[in-house]
Write a protein that binds this ligand. Structure first.
Ligand code: CU
Length: 293
């Protein structure tokens, strides 16, 4: 029988069950230099997105810090539209929240924002200069704030987002994972309003697959930052969620994030996917390969 070891229930904090743990300053400053750049981003076979990015990728680079660190972001803008950066759980001055034009990087400019971290968790960072479009075009990423006393684990950081069909340069359909053929040229499977992605990629045959080994601590950090509500379902596994419920399927509305972990004990090529049917059909599925120790 599988035993769930621990759950970090950030979304459950503030409900009187668990007081969030506040960490003292580490005295360390972590500086990240990000460049906003418009690129052609390959989402799946033949599917090329006209993306707005941090550093040329969707999502942008993963920012790893320790709770108690001060984080300095130098955001340079090589695109032709204003860009900003905003995140969650951290403390910052309101003028640096990414909403105020004073915190935007105009084309050709660089802005600096400072975040003070006190709480552990994995949260999305994203554009707020054009909140309606920036996120949808790809200006998203993950900020992982590690607890200073965190137990070492195999970490899987998962960013769920929804891309807008009208901004694809090409969207010719994707290969059938069994036949390798492209049966629906001119469309994409699911024929839904968005193309649904896991870490910037769509469909089982194109997303980066997750890997694990029996016996290790497997930690999952799931971040939703897009247009729609998603569920994260992991086949063949289960864990205790923040409300004490045994589950294998959690719901994340846009802007929500959850971290959970368990000791791995199930060999297999497990499917991981959003459980909303047309999201799965629209690209949001991958494999989690677990090998014996
Ligand atoms: Cu979904």
């Amino acid at each position: 029988m599988r035993i769930a070891l621990l759950i970090l229930a950030l979304a459950g904090c503030g409900q009187g069950k668990t007081e969030p743990r506040k960490y003292p300053p580490t005295g360390q400053t972590k500086t990240f230099n990000l460049t906003a750049r418009d690129v052609e981003w390959t989402v799946g076979p033949g599917a090329v997105y006209l993306a707005w990015t941090y550093d040329g990728t969707v999502p942008g680079p993963q920012l790893d810090v320790t709770a108690g660190d001060t984080v300095v972001i130098n955001l340079s803008n090589e695109s032709n539209h204003p860009v900003s950066i905003h995140t969650h759980l951290v403390e910052f001055e309101q003028a640096q929240d990414g909403v105020e034009p004073s915190s935007w990087a105009q084309p050709g400019q660089t802005v600096t924002v400072t975040w003070k971290t006190s709480y552990a968790g994995a949260v999305p960072y994203h554009d707020h200069a054009d909140e309606g479009l920036g996120v949808g075009r790809g200006l998203i990423g993950a900020l992982v704030i590690h607890a200073p006393d965190e137990v070492k684990a195999n970490e899987h950081v998962v960013v769920l987002t929804d891309l807008l069909p009208e901004y694809f340069k090409t969207l010719p359909g994707v290969a059938d994972p069994i036949t390798g053929e492209f049966p629906d040229a001119g469309t994409y499977r699911g024929a839904h309003q968005y193309l649904h992605t896991i870490n910037g990629k769509a469909y089982e045959e194109s997303v980066p697959h997750f890997t694990g080994t029996v016996g290790e601590l497997s930690r999952w950090r799931i971040l939703s930052i897009g247009q729609e509500v998603h569920t994260w379902h992991l086949h063949g596994h289960r864990w205790v969620d923040g409300d004490g419920q045994l589950t294998d399927n959690i719901q994340l509305a846009p802007g929500m994030y959850r971290t959970f972990e368990f000791t791995e004990d199930a060999v297999g090529d497990w499917l991981v996917h959003c459980h909303v049917p047309n999201h799965m059909e629209g690209g949001m599925m991958a494999r989690y390969r677990v090998v014996p120790r």
